[in-house]
Design a protein. Structure first.
Lengths: 234, 1042
């Protein structure tokens, strides 16, 4: 169960004309299966770069990423698509639901492409939207939309659930509820969840907390007794 | 500068969104090029045509008189008001034998300055017996420059009545501005249609009056032909000619009548003279005959008296002969008696001798007894008496003998005389016979002479009678002499001239419809593009608003953007389109009007301004519309992301069992289609337009081929037509029919009438072919009469006629109406139309022989034989034709394949139009689809990026987008079918030329091709989009909603 996800010397360099920007500079960390990981850091620290690489949306300039023993950095674009398809669940800051599909259909949309999906309706019920199945995204509140988004990610039964500022567009209470949902999912289903946020306040709820600053891991700590989200306030 | 930042932003905007700028630029350019180009083609055709006619110094008006035109007429015409130059010329229609074919040619004298002919090859004639010939005909004929051709008149008159010689040498080939396309006009000789024209020198004509006068209206040359200004000027000139017409007609009439009267007087004197001579001759002949008769009668009398004498002589001779015979008998009797006497005498002598012997014996016996002596005595006595008696008898006999001998001599003499008399009679008889013979031959001579004299007299009398009759006729003719009639024609009377103007009008009609589609599309594209642009820059607009910029300053950017793109686009479109389209189109028509070598394509400012103005209006209006919505909102509102559009359920979802079967991509696609209505309609319109244009293109081809295939495959099923020589005898005609019957290549042949007639509805008149089959039962084998829409068959009956569709439409008549046949001799004849039948080439009026008889009140005289060959090939038809033309009865043979060729020529021009349409359609499809797809993808970048993040493979992402495109393409194509059908019908009706009706059908294959091409265009665009989709960065999904 060691090192379910392992980043070794992950480097990402962008070239902006003459200037070379090191968005990620020798990032190293490992995550165990079933952990609730929070990656924090200020804007522009390289969180998103790490997320992109973790999610198979971008390739690293250097270093290796291993997920469940597979070397993702060696994947070509097609394999990467497969990786996103089968192994990754993604929760966006702005939910990114297909506006023309109902909540249920949005979830089913993701399910139709993966190997071993969960039941869409069940998952939606699990996230507390049992009575909003047939609503279009525009008819749902932000929190509800994010729940659909989470349901969409979860229903794929991924190895890794990546959440990019899942509460960024939500109000305090809704945000809390969403985080609670994520934490529960992690605990109840043993899902490895990685939440990326700039909100330091979320740190105590993580099993593992990774601080990123200037493209490098500045600090990583494990928390033997993570707090429930209900106990955290900010 | 106050708003420098804004201006900078404006230029930066163009640089950054060059693709968008160019898409407006191009769609406007295409729209304007098409709009102004196609429209400019119409005036450019007129300019080019005008330039050609001006260059050839073309006449504007033409006078033709039924009685010829004199120098005085020419002078009078040139003095009329509004008339420029006037020239007279001679012309005659003649038959020309080209190989076995006899064709009708129109022979004209070259005008000094007008209607310049264009020398294509060789040189112009400079001798009386030289000519130049129609280049179009020469190309098809075996004749070549340097060949000698011989004309015949085709009527009773000699061709040399009109021309000084009938044999000409071809010195060159020419084209004439009077014959700009394929038609050569009609004629009254041969098969009724002129095939070629021939120009000769004026000196080659033997006529003393002109046939026509060519006139140029003053100031008409400066105007553009085919325009109303020109038409008006010419119409005025025509009116002025009309004014002198009456007087000139009268003058010509008087001239002709005077001349005729003079001739009649002369002839009358001659007749009188002849009469006198005849009377004299009669008297003389009678005297001579009487004399001869007298002489003959005298001779007869002489002979008769000679005959009587001869008879008398003959009787005498006969009598003499009888007497002689009698005498001879007497002599013979006498001789016989003498002989008897001699015998008796001899007996007496013997008895005496016996007595003497007894006496001697007794005396010797010596018995001198008395008795003996007495006996002796007695015996001596007896002897003495006996001797004496013998002597006496002897004497008597001698005497008788002498007498007899004398008589015999006399008889012999008589016989000799008789013989002489007989000879005399024979001589006389011979004389009489020869005399009689002489008299007989004398009579013969007499009667012959008499007969001769009588014949001569009768002949003379007949001649005089004839001459008198002629004189009477001539007098009657003079009395009835129709007044000379002037016909004043403008250029529209020339074959194909008005057709050129019509073609220009057709271009105008096309130009009014087609470019509109492009414009609509251009406007819609601009609308979507600009709307998208404004929506994209929502936040920026909000910021500017928040900063305090006024609405118009903000809108100015977008308006300026659209204005600049449109202005540049329309300028580019107009400058290229106004050159390229007219060039292509006029060149395309050049196939038909191949000798019109002038090409004038000036810029038509009006059309340019019109096009640019419309384009500017469309795009600016679209931009204002797009801006208006955004600018109305509050700045704060604008800086927030727009409320997402509501997802909608569509009606389709109600059909649950189907909806359930759809996967989510399909569901999303269906909802998307309904959601983005603007895009939906635009794409359907764009693709439909593309499909429609291609259907029009292919459909035009189908319709044109229908002409050939249906006309010569289904309707007119014969392969050739033999036209009989005018005045061919029944026997000669029979030979033609017989020969056709014998040819193994001929499947069937039918006699009939085929001739050009004029029909009308009272106000409009048109030339059509009259087709009268001899055998109406055989007719359906050769011509199928049916209704186009329902395929219902018609048959001919005894009273009514069947008319072909195009002419019926042209004359605005239908089944059940009456039409008028204008006959030169019989005047206007009315017939009832039984039905209107499908027909594509030419115009025909069909009637049965019975109907013909009823209408014309005379038996039909068949002048044509239609024939079908076994295999229906050109080669067969021509080989049959060549054989037939050897016969004196056959004038000419025409082959349906020739007509096919003609159609192909005429319609070749349209091929290029079709290509232009198809290319334009492709361009239209491409621009529309690319633009819309582009917008679609840009708008939905986030959505697509999300799909990618969710792990959709590139082809799955593409499929998600393409699915909508496929649906739209199919729907667009369906719309295109409808649009195409409507446009096709419109175009077909507009581009038709007078004598041709195009098919109204579009083949299934055309729909298929158009669809496949549309799909192909759509696929090309989608292919291009694939890369664009691939380039979408997944990071987009992480961005906030703009």
């Amino acid at each position: 169960m060691e090192e379910f996800v392992k980043l070794k010397d992950i480097t990402k360099v962008y070239h902006m004309g003459e200037v070379e920007i090191r968005a990620a500079d020798n990032i190293n960390f490992s995550i165990k299966k079933g952990e609730f990981v929070v990656i924090v850091g200020p804007s522009g620290a390289g969180k998103t770069t790490v997320l992109n690489i973790l999610g198979g949306m971008d390739t690293a300039t250097g270093g290796t990423l291993t997920v469940d023993g597979k070397d993702i950095t060696a994947y070509d674009s097609r394999q990467l698509t497969g990786y996103r398809r089968d192994d990754i669940g993604f929760v966006f800051q702005f939910y990114n639901l297909i506006p023309n599909l109902t909540a249920l259909e949005n979830v089913e949309l993701a399910l139709q492409i993966c190997k071993d999906p969960l039941d869409a309706k069940k998952v939606l019920e699990d996230v507390g939207l049992g009575d909003r199945l047939d609503n279009f995204p525009a008819q749902l509140s932000g929190g509800e939309q994010q729940r659909v988004s989470i349901a969409r990610a979860l229903a794929k039964n991924p190895k890794l659930l990546l959440c990019d500022e899942p509460t960024g567009a939500l109000d305090y209470n809704t945000g809390k509820a969403i985080l609670k949902l994520l934490q529960n999912m992690c605990r109840e289903r043993g899902m490895t969840v990685i939440v990326i946020t700039h909100n330091q306040a979320l740190a105590p709820m993580a099993d593992r907390l990774i601080h990123i600053k200037n493209g490098q891991v500045s600090h990583m700590e494990t928390n033997e007794n993570p707090m429930s989200i209900d106990e955290i306030e900010w | 500068m106050k708003k420098r930042a804004l201006r900078k932003d404006f230029y930066m905007e163009i640089r950054r969104s060059l693709g968008r700028f160019l898409s407006i630029f191009f769609i406007v350019a295409i729209g304007c090029a098409f709009f102004s180009g196609i429209r400019a083609s119409e005036p450019d055709m007129r300019y080019s045509g005008d330039a050609y006619f001006d260059n050839k110094n073309m006449m504007d008006l033409r006078i033709i008189s039924t009685m010829g035109l004199t120098e005085d007429d020419v002078k009078a015409a040139s003095k009329a008001e509004g008339i420029g130059h006037v020239e007279g010329r001679y012309s005659v229609d003649a038959l020309l034998a080209d190989g076995d074919n006899q064709i009708v040619v129109h022979v004209m004298s070259m005008l000094p300055t007008m209607n310049e002919i264009q020398l294509e090859d060789g040189r112009l004639p400079n001798k009386e017996n030289e000519c130049v010939v129609d280049v179009d005909y020469m190309e098809k004929s075996k004749l070549k420059i340097g060949d000698t051709i011989t004309f015949s008149s085709g009527t009773d008159a000699e061709v040399t009545d009109s021309l000084k010689t009938d044999t000409f040498r071809i010195t060159g080939t020419v084209s004439s501005p009077e014959y700009i396309a394929f038609q050569r006009g009609s004629t009254t000789i041969g098969n009724g249609s002129v095939r070629a024209f021939v120009y000769v020198q004026e000196e080659s004509f033997a006529m003393d009056v002109y046939t026509e006068i060519c006139i140029q209206a003053a100031g008409a040359k400066e105007l553009t032909a085919f325009t109303s200004e020109y038409e008006d000027t010419v119409a005025k000139a025509k009116e002025n000619i009309e004014k002198i017409k009456e007087q000139r007609q009268k003058a010509r009439y008087t001239e002709i009548v005077d001349e005729a009267n003079g001739k009649i007087a002369e002839a009358e004197a001659e007749v009188t003279d002849a009469q006198t001579k005849l009377e004299n001759g009669k008297a003389e002949a009678a005297a001579k005959l009487a004399d001869a008769r007298q002489k003959l009668e005298n001779a007869q009398a002489q002979i008769d008296s000679g005959k009587v004498q001869l008879e008398n002589s003959k009787a005498e001779v006969a009598a003499t002969e009888q007497t002689l015979a009698q005498k001879q008998t007497e002599v013979q009797n006498g001789t016989a008696a003498l002989d008897q006497g001699i015998v008796q005498l001899n007996q007496q002598i013997e008895q005496l001798n016996a007595v003497k012997a007894q006496y001697e014996a007794l005396k010797e016996s010596g018995m001198t007894d008395e008795e003996t002596l007495a006996a002796l005595e007695q015996m001596s006595m007896q002897i003495q008496i006996g001797d004496a008696a013998v002597v006496e008898a002897q004497a008597q006999i001698d005497q008788t003998r002498a007498q007899l001998q004398y008589a015999q001599g006399q008889i012999d003499n008589g016989y000799a005389q008789l013989e002489a008399a007989r000879q005399q009679i024979a001589g006389a008889e011979a004389g009489i016979i020869s005399g009689e013979q002489e008299i007989a031959s004398g009579w013969e001579e007499y009667y012959a002479g008499e007969a001769e004299a009588n014949a001569e007299i009768a002949e003379g009398e007949q001649k005089i009678a004839e001459a008198q009759a002629e004189l009477a006729d001539a007098k009657a003719e003079v009395a009835e002499l129709e007044k000379p009639k002037w016909y004043i024609y403008d250029r529209n009377d020339l074959p194909d001239y008005s057709g050129y103007g019509d073609n220009a009008d057709r271009m105008k009609a096309i130009g009014e419809v087609f470019p509109v589609i492009f414009f609509l599309v251009a406007a819609l594209i601009s609308l979507t593009t600009m709307t998208r642009m404004v929506e994209e820059q929502r936040t920026q607009i909000g910021t500017l608003k928040a900063l305090g910029y006024a609405r118009h300053s903000i809108a100015g950017k977008y308006l300026g953007y659209a204005f600049l793109a449109t202005l540049l686009g329309s300028a580019a479109g107009i400058f290229t389109g106004e050159k390229i389209f007219p060039y292509i189109i006029i060149n395309a028509y050049g196939i038909m009007y191949k000798h019109m070598n002038e090409l004038l394509i000036p810029y038509n400012v009006m059309y340019g301004i019109g096009a640019a103005g419309t384009a500017l209006f469309c795009t600016l209006a679209a931009t204002i519309l797009a801006c208006y919505k955004e600018l109305r909102e509050q700045a704060a509102q604008l800086m927030r992301p727009p409320t997402p559009k509501q997802g909608q359920r569509v009606v389709f979802e109600k059909i649950t069992f189907l909806w359930k079967r759809l996967n989510f991509s399909w569901k999303a696609s269906v909802r998307n289609l309904v959601r983005y209505k603007k895009r939906f309609f635009m794409t359907i319109f764009g693709i439909g337009g593309c499909m429609g244009l291609m259907i029009v293109g292919f459909g035009l081809k189908d319709s044109i081929f229908a002409v050939v295939d249906i006309q010569y495959g289904e309707i007119q099923r014969y392969d050739g037509t033999v036209i009989m020589a005018e005045g061919a005898s029944e026997k000669e005609k029979g030979e033609v029919a017989q020969m056709l019957g014998k040819e193994t290549e001929v499947d069937d042949a039918m006699e009939g009438i085929l001739t050009q007639i004029t029909i009308g509805n009272g106000s409009k008149w048109h030339d059509v072919y009259l087709d009268v089959p001899k055998d109406k039962k055989q007719f359906p084998e050769f011509v199928t009469l049916k209704e186009r829409t329902t395929d219902r068959r018609y048959s001919l009956d005894e009273k009514e006629v069947v008319l072909t569709e195009k002419i019926a439409k042209e004359l605005e008549v239908q089944a059940g109406d009456m039409i008028t046949i204008r006959d030169e001799e019989k005047g206007d004849l009315k017939v009832k139309i039984k039905a209107v039948c499908e027909n594509y080439m030419g115009h025909y009026l069909y009637m049965t022989a019975d109907a013909y008889e009823a209408v014309y009140n005379e038996k039909p005289e068949y002048n044509a034989v239609f024939y079908k060959t076994v295999s229906g090939t050109t080669k067969e038809a021509q080989s049959v034709g060549e054989d037939i033309l050897q016969l004196p009865g056959a004038l000419s043979v025409s082959y349906t394949t020739d007509l096919k060729q003609q159609v192909d020529d005429m319609l070749g021009a349209l091929d290029i139009v079709i290509v232009v349409l198809t290319i334009s359609a492709g361009m239209l499809a491409f621009v529309v689809l690319y633009n819309l797809n582009n917008i679609n993808i840009t708008e939905r970048k986030r959505e697509l990026a999300t799909l990618k993040v969710l792990g959709f493979y590139p082809n799955e992402v593409s499929a998600y987008v393409y699915r909508e495109n496929i649906v739209l393409t199919v729907l667009g194509a369906l719309f295109g079918v409808a649009l195409g059908k409507i446009l096709h019908r419109f175009i077909i009706v507009t581009v038709e030329i007078d004598t041709v009706m195009f098919g109204r059908n579009i083949d299934m294959s055309s729909f298929v091709y158009s669809f496949l091409l549309t799909v192909a265009f759509s696929m090309i665009v989608n292919g291009a989009m694939y890369f664009k989709l691939k380039k979408i960065n997944m990071v987009e999904s992480l961005k906030s909603v703009e």
